[in-house]
Design a protein around this ligand. Structure first.
Ligand SMILES: CC(C)(COP(=O)(O)OP(=O)(O)OC[C@H]1O[C@@H](n2cnc3c(N)ncnc32)[C@H](O)[C@@H]1OP(=O)(O)O)[C@@H](O)C(=O)NCCC(=O)NCCS
Length: 179
Protein backbone atom coordinates (compact mmCIF):
# COMPACT_ATOMS: atom_id res chain seq x y z
CA UNK A 1 0.00 0.00 0.00
CA UNK A 2 1.25 3.50 -0.75
CA UNK A 3 0.72 6.32 1.71
CA UNK A 4 -1.20 9.38 0.58
CA UNK A 5 0.88 12.33 -0.67
CA UNK A 6 1.52 14.71 2.18
CA UNK A 7 1.70 18.46 2.31
CA UNK A 8 0.67 20.11 5.53
CA UNK A 9 1.54 23.36 7.14
CA UNK A 10 2.50 23.68 10.76
CA UNK A 11 0.91 26.33 12.90
CA UNK A 12 2.94 28.78 14.95
CA UNK A 13 3.20 26.21 17.72
CA UNK A 14 4.67 23.73 15.24
CA UNK A 15 1.58 21.55 15.00
CA UNK A 16 0.26 20.14 11.76
CA UNK A 17 -2.74 21.80 10.14
CA UNK A 18 -5.24 20.24 7.76
CA UNK A 19 -3.96 18.92 4.44
CA UNK A 20 -4.19 21.78 1.91
CA UNK A 21 -4.67 24.35 4.69
CA UNK A 22 -3.32 27.84 3.99
CA UNK A 23 0.13 28.46 5.47
CA UNK A 24 0.69 31.27 7.93
CA UNK A 25 3.66 33.53 7.23
CA UNK A 26 6.90 31.65 7.89
CA UNK A 27 5.05 28.42 8.74
CA UNK A 28 7.08 25.37 7.74
CA UNK A 29 5.43 22.78 5.52
CA UNK A 30 5.77 19.08 6.24
CA UNK A 31 5.85 17.21 2.92
CA UNK A 32 7.41 14.32 1.08
CA UNK A 33 11.00 14.80 -0.10
CA UNK A 34 11.51 15.62 -3.78
CA UNK A 35 14.46 15.00 -6.06
CA UNK A 36 15.04 18.76 -6.18
CA UNK A 37 15.53 18.73 -2.37
CA UNK A 38 18.68 16.62 -2.60
CA UNK A 39 21.27 19.46 -2.56
CA UNK A 40 19.52 21.12 0.41
CA UNK A 41 19.10 17.76 2.15
CA UNK A 42 22.83 17.17 1.76
CA UNK A 43 23.61 20.61 3.17
CA UNK A 44 21.26 20.06 6.13
CA UNK A 45 22.59 16.57 6.84
CA UNK A 46 26.19 17.86 6.82
CA UNK A 47 25.27 20.83 9.01
CA UNK A 48 23.71 18.58 11.66
CA UNK A 49 25.67 15.33 11.44
CA UNK A 50 29.03 16.69 10.22
CA UNK A 51 31.57 13.85 9.87
CA UNK A 52 28.88 11.20 10.08
CA UNK A 53 26.61 12.81 7.46
CA UNK A 54 25.54 10.60 4.57
CA UNK A 55 27.80 10.85 1.51
CA UNK A 56 25.98 12.47 -1.43
CA UNK A 57 25.78 9.22 -3.40
CA UNK A 58 24.19 7.33 -0.50
CA UNK A 59 21.67 10.09 0.24
CA UNK A 60 20.71 10.01 -3.45
CA UNK A 61 20.19 6.25 -3.40
CA UNK A 62 18.29 6.33 -0.09
CA UNK A 63 15.97 8.84 -1.75
CA UNK A 64 15.61 6.63 -4.83
CA UNK A 65 14.67 3.57 -2.77
CA UNK A 66 12.77 5.04 0.19
CA UNK A 67 11.19 8.30 -1.00
CA UNK A 68 7.73 7.17 0.20
CA UNK A 69 9.00 7.43 3.75
CA UNK A 70 11.28 10.45 3.35
CA UNK A 71 9.68 13.60 4.82
CA UNK A 72 11.05 17.14 4.99
CA UNK A 73 10.15 20.37 6.75
CA UNK A 74 10.18 23.07 4.06
CA UNK A 75 10.63 26.62 5.39
CA UNK A 76 9.01 28.11 2.26
CA UNK A 77 12.14 29.95 1.11
CA UNK A 78 14.02 27.07 -0.46
CA UNK A 79 15.49 25.89 2.84
CA UNK A 80 14.77 22.77 4.86
CA UNK A 81 14.46 22.79 8.66
CA UNK A 82 14.52 19.06 9.16
CA UNK A 83 13.91 15.62 7.76
CA UNK A 84 13.04 12.08 8.72
CA UNK A 85 13.77 8.95 6.73
CA UNK A 86 12.51 5.41 7.31
CA UNK A 87 13.60 2.30 5.41
CA UNK A 88 11.58 -0.91 5.32
CA UNK A 89 12.84 -4.44 4.73
CA UNK A 90 11.14 -6.23 1.84
CA UNK A 91 10.22 -9.51 3.53
CA UNK A 92 9.84 -9.03 7.27
CA UNK A 93 8.30 -5.56 6.76
CA UNK A 94 10.32 -4.09 9.63
CA UNK A 95 11.38 -0.46 9.38
CA UNK A 96 14.42 1.43 10.55
CA UNK A 97 14.55 5.15 11.14
CA UNK A 98 17.72 6.02 9.21
CA UNK A 99 17.71 9.76 9.77
CA UNK A 100 16.02 12.41 11.89
CA UNK A 101 17.11 15.98 12.42
CA UNK A 102 15.94 19.54 12.99
CA UNK A 103 18.21 22.54 12.37
CA UNK A 104 19.73 23.85 15.57
CA UNK A 105 17.92 27.21 15.52
CA UNK A 106 14.49 25.55 15.32
CA UNK A 107 14.78 22.88 17.98
CA UNK A 108 12.51 22.56 21.04
CA UNK A 109 9.43 23.73 19.10
CA UNK A 110 7.91 20.32 18.56
CA UNK A 111 9.24 19.83 15.01
CA UNK A 112 11.17 16.64 15.77
CA UNK A 113 8.08 15.18 17.40
CA UNK A 114 5.91 16.16 14.39
CA UNK A 115 8.35 14.51 11.96
CA UNK A 116 8.40 11.32 14.03
CA UNK A 117 4.65 11.26 14.66
CA UNK A 118 3.91 11.66 10.96
CA UNK A 119 6.37 9.01 9.79
CA UNK A 120 5.10 6.53 12.39
CA UNK A 121 1.50 7.17 11.27
CA UNK A 122 2.47 6.54 7.65
CA UNK A 123 4.38 3.37 8.52
CA UNK A 124 1.39 2.10 10.51
CA UNK A 125 -0.96 2.88 7.57
CA UNK A 126 1.39 0.93 5.32
CA UNK A 127 1.16 -2.16 7.51
CA UNK A 128 4.58 -1.95 9.15
CA UNK A 129 4.60 -3.76 12.48
CA UNK A 130 7.95 -2.90 14.01
CA UNK A 131 10.23 0.14 13.87
CA UNK A 132 13.83 0.21 15.08
CA UNK A 133 16.48 2.89 15.31
CA UNK A 134 19.98 3.46 16.60
CA UNK A 135 20.95 6.37 18.80
CA UNK A 136 24.19 7.52 20.40
CA UNK A 137 24.01 6.52 24.07
CA UNK A 138 24.75 10.15 25.12
CA UNK A 139 22.09 11.72 22.86
CA UNK A 140 19.67 12.57 25.65
CA UNK A 141 17.37 14.79 23.54
CA UNK A 142 16.77 12.08 20.95
CA UNK A 143 16.40 9.30 23.53
CA UNK A 144 13.81 11.31 25.48
CA UNK A 145 11.92 12.02 22.28
CA UNK A 146 11.93 8.35 21.26
CA UNK A 147 10.92 7.18 24.74
CA UNK A 148 8.01 9.64 24.78
CA UNK A 149 6.82 8.10 21.50
CA UNK A 150 6.88 4.61 23.01
CA UNK A 151 10.28 3.35 21.82
CA UNK A 152 12.08 1.09 24.27
CA UNK A 153 15.64 -0.31 24.34
CA UNK A 154 15.96 -3.58 22.46
CA UNK A 155 17.36 -6.00 25.03
CA UNK A 156 19.86 -7.30 26.05
CA UNK A 157 22.03 -4.73 27.84
CA UNK A 158 19.51 -1.92 27.70
CA UNK A 159 19.89 -1.88 23.91
CA UNK A 160 23.60 -1.04 24.07
CA UNK A 161 25.61 -2.44 21.13
CA UNK A 162 29.31 -1.80 21.52
CA UNK A 163 31.31 -0.87 18.38
CA UNK A 164 28.08 -1.04 16.38
CA UNK A 165 29.39 1.41 13.73
CA UNK A 166 33.07 0.52 14.20
CA UNK A 167 35.61 0.84 16.98
CA UNK A 168 34.34 3.11 19.77
CA UNK A 169 31.11 3.90 17.89
CA UNK A 170 28.64 2.44 20.36
CA UNK A 171 24.93 2.77 19.74
CA UNK A 172 21.73 2.01 21.58
CA UNK A 173 19.02 0.18 19.61
CA UNK A 174 15.44 1.09 20.40
CA UNK A 175 12.29 -0.43 19.00
CA UNK A 176 8.56 0.24 18.82
CA UNK A 177 5.74 -2.18 18.02
CA UNK A 178 3.18 -0.48 15.77
CA UNK A 179 0.50 -3.17 15.91
C1 LIG B 1 16.59 15.01 18.34
C2 LIG B 1 15.97 16.20 17.61
C3 LIG B 1 15.52 15.75 16.21
C4 LIG B 1 14.75 16.70 18.40
O1 LIG B 1 14.11 17.71 17.62
P1 LIG B 1 13.28 18.90 18.32
O2 LIG B 1 12.48 19.55 17.26
O3 LIG B 1 14.17 19.77 19.10
O4 LIG B 1 12.37 18.06 19.31
P2 LIG B 1 10.96 18.49 19.91
O5 LIG B 1 10.92 19.95 20.16
O6 LIG B 1 9.89 17.92 19.05
O7 LIG B 1 10.98 17.75 21.32
C5 LIG B 1 10.36 16.50 21.48
C6 LIG B 1 10.82 15.88 22.79
O8 LIG B 1 12.20 15.53 22.70
C7 LIG B 1 12.83 15.72 23.97
N1 LIG B 1 13.87 16.74 23.79
C8 LIG B 1 14.16 17.39 22.65
N2 LIG B 1 15.23 18.18 22.84
C9 LIG B 1 15.61 18.03 24.13
C10 LIG B 1 16.66 18.56 24.92
N3 LIG B 1 17.54 19.44 24.42
N4 LIG B 1 16.76 18.16 26.21
C11 LIG B 1 15.90 17.28 26.73
N5 LIG B 1 14.86 16.74 26.02
C12 LIG B 1 14.73 17.10 24.74
C13 LIG B 1 11.75 16.15 24.93
O9 LIG B 1 11.22 14.96 25.49
C14 LIG B 1 10.75 16.78 23.99
O10 LIG B 1 9.45 16.76 24.50
P3 LIG B 1 8.89 18.03 25.34
O11 LIG B 1 9.11 19.23 24.46
O12 LIG B 1 7.46 17.70 25.54
O13 LIG B 1 9.72 18.09 26.58
C15 LIG B 1 16.98 17.38 17.49
O14 LIG B 1 17.49 17.65 18.77
C16 LIG B 1 18.14 17.11 16.53
O15 LIG B 1 18.02 17.30 15.32
N6 LIG B 1 19.29 16.70 17.08
C17 LIG B 1 20.49 16.45 16.27
C18 LIG B 1 20.33 15.26 15.36
C19 LIG B 1 20.00 14.02 16.14
O16 LIG B 1 20.52 13.77 17.22
N7 LIG B 1 19.13 13.19 15.54
C20 LIG B 1 18.71 11.93 16.13
C21 LIG B 1 19.71 10.88 15.75
S1 LIG B 1 19.28 9.32 16.48
Amino acid sequence: MTAEPLERTLDRHGHLGDPGGSPGPGAPVLRGARESDLPELRRLDEEVFQEVAYPAFLLRQLFDVYSEHFLVLDDGTGGLRGYVLAATTAFSRDSWILGLCVTEGHRRHGLGRELMTEILARLREDGIEQVRLTVEPANRAAILLYRSLGFRPEEPDGGLRRDYFGSGEHRRIMHLELR
